[in-house]
Design a protein. Structure first.
Length: 118
């Protein structure tokens, strides 16, 4: 299994290296359109190799997707926590009932009399 995992990551590394070699050209990224930058008298730009832009874009997309899923699954996690609390409460109740049953195990009539009325 480790061999398959290492082979997978080796293939991913080779693919990333090939993308980096094929896209070494420097590109200029602008944070806002040129007319808006001219109007506001600011022009935030950065020059990076294209493969860095590609990898950062993929990383940002993964991060946004993971965050979106985490927020979307909040309801499921909250439901799981409440069910776990309920299960723990029921386990304690069963343990208490087992303990009370062993104290009045000798006589069923006495156990009925000693049971709390509902």
């Amino acid at each position: 299994m480790k061999t398959i995992r290492y082979a997978f990551w080796a293939i991913v590394a080779v693919c990333l290296i090939l993308v980096g070699i094929a896209n070494r050209e420097i590109v200029t990224l602008q944070a806002m359109p040129t007319p808006l930058a001219d109007f506001l008298l600011i022009s935030p730009t950065v020059q990076l190799p294209l493969f860095v832009v590609i990898l950062l874009s993929v990383g940002a997309g993964l991060l946004i997707g993971f965050l979106w899923e985490w927020v979307r699954e909040h309801r499921l996690r909250a439901d799981g926590r409440s069910r776990a609390r309920e299960v723990e409460s029921l386990r304690r109740e069963v343990a208490d009932l087992k303990q009370s049953k062993t104290t009045n195990e000798g006589d069923e009539i006495l156990a009925l009399i000693d049971a709390p009325s509902r």
